[in-house]
Design a protein around this ligand. Structure first.
Ligand code: NDP
Ligand code: X2W
Length: 342
């Protein structure tokens, strides 16, 4: 059994990691940390895990973490980079759900995350954990940078079009909506029910920190520069990302057949029948991305619709998918749960 530790077990992605790892056939959840709730039983903080996780939260001591084979960081940006060098030196696998190792250029990281990078020398060996793009590198990696939630949906949506060079790379648009759990569990006025329950708004239009990450990923896919407009919105729902993507076609193609072929062997990406409109409610709790591709009026604008659960394919599920690949397990191990409905 692989021994897994979760740093930041009291957060929303941390509790999803516990839910998934507790039922994983080849991994054992050995340690979960919280500074604020250290000493408390997991079931006391999360009664939904009573009888499922029989552990107490511990402080995130490096010596304790090093006893695990794989350490998941479900922590704020800037945390994993403080721990990763020592854990990697001791031969452990580090899987970060935050952004510390996503951007290859430390100066771009500093510009968007407002702090200098603590270990820029590790950025070259970190592998961006989007299995549908980087599967073979992930299998050889020790340090995984899990993609952000918006970047997962946007890249999976554009991937077949860019891979086959079917669209103009200038003028890509990603119009995205997120549920409120995307903002994490810490209390803030902006995510109170009274602030979000009846409204709908865009935010960070001048620039969101996922923009450089998505652009870096799309450019790697295209092999050339791309110009992207990314506009996130906060929607009155708890879980879910809905990405509506626009691009202009360069040549004729059967897009439905192209998407079906491209994702035919992907266990966690499902191309819906022609004419479908995916719904975030259909992927809640599942490690799944559902995609539909449209060409309104038969014109030359492609509209791709992609939905994920931000906490599962957008975070904890994808992190476990990466663990499976790194340790040579079946990629779907522990991840075959159906979604929750409604
Ligand atoms: N929510 C989402 O949809 C997604 C989130 N992510 C990323 O995953 C990470 C976790 O997100 P989320 O679960 O929402 O966050 P939360 O705010 O819900 O939880 C953060 C967790 O980290 C712990 N923590 C905070 N600071 C530190 C620290 N300095 N050292 C150790 N532990 C710390 C907290 O517990 P305590 O303070 O008690 O130690 C808590 O358990 C973030 O980087 C986020 O950007 C990625 C994709 C999607
Ligand atoms: C709704 C909401 O606030 N979403 C968060 C993004 C989600 C997230 O957690 O960011 P990472 O994927 O980079 O870790 C935001 O816009 O800041």
């Amino acid at each position: 059994m692989i021994k897994a530790a979760v740093v930041g077990g009291t957060g929303y992605t941390g509790v999803e990691l516990m839910r998934i790892l507790a039922r994983h056939p080849q991994a054992e959840l050995a340690l979960v940390t919280s500074r604020g709730d250290a000493g408390k039983a997991v079931a006391e903080v999360y009664p939904n895990l009573r009888g499922v996780v029989d552990l107490a939260f511990q402080p995130p001591e490096p010596e304790l973490l090093a006893q695990a084979d794989v350490i998941f960081f479900a922590t704020p940006n800037g945390t994993a980079m403080q721990y990763a060098p020592a854990l990697l030196d001791r031969g452990r696998v580090v899987i970060d759900l935050a952004a510390d190792f996503r951007l290859k250029d430390p100066q771009v990281w500093e510009q968007w995350y407002g702090q200098p990078h603590a270990c820029p020398e590790l950025l070259a060996s970190a592998v961006y954990g989007l299995p549908e793009v980087n599967r073979s590198q992930i299998k050889k990696a020790r340090l995984i940078a899990c993609p952000g939630c918006y970047p997962t949906a946007v890249q999976l949506g554009f991937l077949p079009l860019l891979h086959h060079q079917l669209i103009e790379r200038q003028g890509l648009v990603a119009d995205c909506k997120s549920g409120v759990s995307g903002a994490g569990r810490q209390a803030q006025v902006a995510t109170l029910m009274a602030e979000t329950g009846e409204g709908f708004k865009a935010y960070a239009v001048p620039g969101h920190r996922h923009l450089p990450e998505i652009r870096q990923g799309l450019q790697a896919l295209a092999g050339k520069p791309v110009a992207l407009t990314f506009v996130p919105h906060l929607a009155p729902m708890i879980r879910g990302i809905h990405a509506t993507l626009y691009a202009r076609l360069r040549e004729e193609a059967d897009l439905q057949a192209l998407y079906e072929r491209h994702y035919a062997r992907e266990p966690f990406v499902e191309v819906l029948p022609a004419g479908s409109h995916p719904d975030t409610v259909d992927v809640r709790g599942a490690n799944r991305c559902q995609i539909a591709v449209h060409r309104p009026g038969g014109g030359d604008v492609v509209v791709v619709l992609a939905v994920i659960d931000n906490l599962v394919k957008g975070a904890a599920g994808q992190a476990v998918q990466n663990m499976n690949l790194v340790f040579g397990l079946p990629e779907t191990a522990g991840l075959e749960m159906a979604g929750l409905y409604p």
